[in-house]
Design a protein around this ligand. Structure first.
Ligand SMILES: CC(C)(COP(=O)(O)OP(=O)(O)OC[C@H]1O[C@@H](n2cnc3c(N)ncnc32)[C@H](O)[C@@H]1OP(=O)(O)O)[C@@H](O)C(=O)NCCC(=O)NCCS
Length: 167
C-alpha cells in the first residue's frame, strides 16, 4: 500500500465529503451522523484553499481514504487558535495513515502561525485520544453530557497542542 499525503485540491471536494459522510455515519466518532451539504463542504474547502489553512488528504491509488484539517476558531482574540478535524476510512485504520495526516497538518499549522491547536473528542474514542497524546496534545478538561448518543449522553474531552514555536 502506498499512501500519499497531499494538500486537498478543489477536485477532492466530492470524495472528501463522501469520506466525512462514511465516518460520520459510523455514529461513534464525529459530532454529526452525516456530512454537511455539498455546498457547505465546497465552501469549507474553498476557504481553506484561499487562505492556506492546513487541509491534507490521504490518497491510496488516487482514492481519498482520510483527511485532516486545521481551521481558525475565528473570533478576533482567537486568531492564533486552530480547530482540528481528522478521519480515516475504516478499512485503512491502524496502518499509520492517521499519524501521517496529523503530522502533515501540524507542520503546516505551525508554518502558518497557529500557536494553539485544539479539538474535542468523545471520551470513549480511545484510538483518537491515544494518537493525540502521542503527538503532544494535552487533556484540558471534560465536558459532561456534551453530546447525545443512542443510549443517552456522552462526555467530550477537550485537548490542545501548543506550537513548538512557543518553546
Ligand atoms: C483516530 C484515527 C484518525 C486514527 O487513524 P489511524 O490511521 O487508525 O491511526 P494510526 O494507524 O496512524 O495510529 C497512530 C497511533 O494512534 C493510536 N491508535 C490508533 N488506533 C488505535 C486503536 N484502535 N487503539 C488504540 N490506539 C490506537 C496508536 O497510538 C497508534 O500508534 P501505534 O500504531 O504506534 O500504536 C482513526 O481511528 C479514525 O479515523 N477514527 C474515526 C474518526 C475519528 O475518531 N476522528 C477523530 C474525532 S475527534
Amino acid at each position: 500500500m502506498t499512501v500519499s499525503i497531499q494538500d486537498i485540491q478543489a477536485e477532492d471536494v466530492v470524495p472528501f465529503r463522501i469520506a466525512v459522510d462514511r465516518v460520520a455515519r459510523e455514529g461513534r466518532f464525529l459530532a454529526s451522523n452525516e456530512a454537511p451539504s455539498l455546498d457547505a463542504v465546497a465552501r469549507f474547502v474553498s476557504t481553506n484553499l484561499e487562505f492556506g489553512y492546513p487541509h491534507v488528504v490521504a490518497l491510496v491509488d488516487g482514492a481519498l481514504v482520510g483527511w485532516c484539517d486545521i481551521t481558525p476558531e475565528g473570533r478576533p482574540l482567537k486568531r492564533h487558535v486552530g480547530l482540528l478535524g481528522i478521519g480515516v476510512l475504516e478499512p485503512w485504520r491502524r496502518r499509520g495513515v492517521g499519524a501521517a495526516l496529523l503530522d502533515a497538518a501540524l507542520a503546516r499549522a505551525t508554518a502558518a502561525g497557529f500557536l494553539r491547536i485544539e479539538l474535542s473528542v468523545r471520551t470513549d474514542n480511545h484510538a483518537a485520544i491515544a494518537l493525540y497524546r502521542k503527538r503532544g496534545f494535552v487533556e484540558e478538561g471534560v465536558k459532561r453530557m456534551a453530546i447525545r448518543v443512542p443510549d443517552g449522553f456522552g462526555d467530550v474531552l477537550m485537548m490542545a497542542y501548543l506550537s513548538p514555536a512557543l518553546a
